[in-house]
Ligand binder design. Structure first.
Ligand SMILES: [Zn+2]
Ligand SMILES: [Zn+2]
Length: 307
């Protein structure tokens, strides 16, 4: 099943025509999640043909405006478009208070069931259990309480080898049990071992999102082995001191985390508006970790099974 990320905004604090503020859609196990919601996210959702009412869960990394200011407008539009389904928002403490005040002073009604759940964790903690996947939050080192997320498939079912179902005249129940790892017991008492019936098990895929964060080696064990790591790279190496001061990363620092964590691929995002072209950032990152690509608004990035 497809597991991919549609980037809606790949810019840092100041939006440009080419790069909007942070937001992305994570498609996992047939579920559509919104991660961060900077200004203009709702127009970006329309631009890339994403049905807003199909979003049932939203994750906000932190309450800086470039990750949060699009949320009140999106929640309001969902109401105006007649939303009936409940919506759950996971966000750092303070989001509920901010939204309630804003809705009160602007006389905004939200008729659908809106549940806002505070994220307040000191170590990697599962905060959301979806259908076939789970989401873990962990703290990042930034200038306000900020959380990274890992989106992870649960152990996938085994796949049957070609023609096994027909050869052994397996029922639907047989298929389910075999896909869950059991051997097959035939009517005459013969046992067919599971390994003969199924293909080798694939490892569950993991997508890690770290935005915004300063360079922090304690991230390495947390994101280790992720198939795709999306990490902020606000600056190039010449601005390393400024990156540290503002609790952001350079491209090379993001690549250092990716290399040490032995991830499958690194996706850079959150580029400062000072960069019209980002070749320099890509080159600096690829010198450290060659499997690096740069996010673009509207780009879709697939989380592939490990070879
Ligand atoms: Zn930011
Ligand atoms: Zn920030």
């Amino acid at each position: 099943m497809d597991f991919n990320v549609l980037v809606l905004g790949s810019g840092a604090a100041t939006p440009t025509f080419a790069r909007h503020c942070s937001a992305q859609i994570v498609n996992i196990c047939g579920t559509r999640l919104l991660v961060d919601c900077g200004e203009a996210t709702q127009t970006q959702l329309r631009q890339y043909h994403q049905k807003i009412q199909a979003i049932k869960t939203i994750f906000i990394s932190h309450l800086h405006g470039d990750h949060f200011f699009g949320l009140p407008g999106l929640l309001s539009t969902m109401h105006l478009c007649g939303r009936q389904e409940p919506l759950t928002v996971y966000a750092p403490t303070g989001a509920r208070q901010a939204l309630e005040l804003l809705f009160q002073v602007s006389a905004t009604n939200i008729d659908y069931e809106l549940q806002i759940i505070d994220i307040d964790v000191n170590e990697p903690t599962v905060i959301h259990q979806g259908k076939g996947f789970r989401v873990t939050a962990f703290p990042l080192r930034h200038s306000m309480p900020t959380y990274g997320f890992i989106f992870e498939e649960e152990t996938p079912l085994l796949n049957l080898r070609a023609n096994m179902r027909e050869r052994y005249e397996m029922t639907n129940d047989d298929c389910i049990r075999v896909k869950q790892g059991e051997d097959l017991l035939l009517a005459d008492g013969t046992v067919i071992p599971n390994s003969e019936l199924t293909l080798p098990r694939r490892l569950p895929r993991r997508y890690a999102y770290c935005c915004d964060t300063a360079f922090d080696e304690s991230l390495v064990p947390i994101v280790a082995g992720a198939d795709l790591l999306c990490m902020e790279s606000t600056f190039d190496t010449a601005f390393e001191a400024m990156a540290e001061e503002r609790c952001h990363c350079t491209a090379a620092q993001a690549a250092t985390i990716a290399a040490r964590a032995e991830v499958g691929q690194l996706l850079l995002t959150h580029f400062s508006a000072r960069y019209r072209e980002i070749e320099q950032l890509l080159a600096e990152a690829q010198a450290v970790f060659p499997q690096t690509i740069c996010a673009a608004d509207g780009g879709r990035y697939y989380i592939a099974y490990k070879k």
